[in-house]
Design a binder for this molecule. Structure first.
Ligand code: S6P
Ligand code: ZN
Length: 213
């Protein structure tokens, strides 16, 4: 009988990578067109720094079996587009009944969470903060600091990611912007389109099916 092999990985806080895994996911600034409110500021920045890596993810995926765990690290560069802080694309787990745990390793930022019916929660994260993202919440990470923001994450292997949920609503309900005093504030997103009851029912139905990434 062969049993799954235990593994250990070192996280390099200088690079923000979990060594010994593949880089599974990397986003350059030019890949993030449409994410930020200020399209002109985005175009100007992308013209100069389109090849910059805004965030990358290294992770260990032992299997896709239900009950197994994906563990990895997200590293986010500091920066803003206009007055809006750099952020991840954000998603809901395709199988919406799957939660996620984040642990702050370096820098400072926050987890912006939105329920399908439009409630918002924010958890600020710095080194040693444990952040539990419950099932059924859209989640997006935001770097609020002047250095890399690095977090460990762990989530069920059969979660999957649904990015379209944010695209369909023209972004999340709130945007995270510079407050002009070294901190942040949230602003309503005027383009936001609320989800219908039918949209929400569909998400819940899909949970029972599961949906790999
Ligand atoms: C996956 C988990 C993270 C994100 C990563 C990048 O469920 O939440 O690994 O994939 O932080 O964010 P995004 O929204 O581009 O996948
Ligand atoms: Zn996730």
């Amino acid at each position: 009988m062969s049993w799954p092999e235990p593994r250990a990985f070192d996280v390099d806080l200088k690079t923000g990578l979990m060594n010994g895994t593949d880089t599974r996911y990397r986003k350059h600034l030019r890949d993030l067109d449409g994410l930020y409110a200020d399209a002109a500021a985005f175009a100007a920045l992308a013209a100069q720094r389109g090849d910059d890596v805004v965030y990358d993810v290294t992770d260990h995926r032992p299997s896709a079996a239900p009950g197994d765990l994906i563990t990895g690290v997200t590293r986010m560069s500091p920066g803003k587009v206009g007055n809006e802080y750099f952020m991840t694309r954000g998603h809901i787990h395709a199988n919406i009944d799957r939660p996620e745990l984040y642990f702050g390793l370096k820098g400072s930022g926050l987890m912006l969470m939105e329920s399908p019916d439009g409630d918002t929660r924010i958890i600020e994260i710095r080194a040693n903060t444990v952040c539990y993202v419950p099932p059924r919440w859209i989640h997006r990470s935001v770097n609020l600091g002047g250095e890399d923001f690095v977090m460990l994450f762990c989530y069920p292997a059969d979660s999957g990611q649904d990015y379209a949920i944010i695209e369909k609503s023209n972004g999340m309900k709130l945007r995270v912007v510079d407050d002009g005093a070294g901190g942040y504030r949230t602003e309503p997103n005027p383009a936001y389109v609320a989800r219908s009851g039918a949209d929400i029912d569909q998400l819940i139905e899909r949970a029972s099916e599961g949906a790999p990434r």
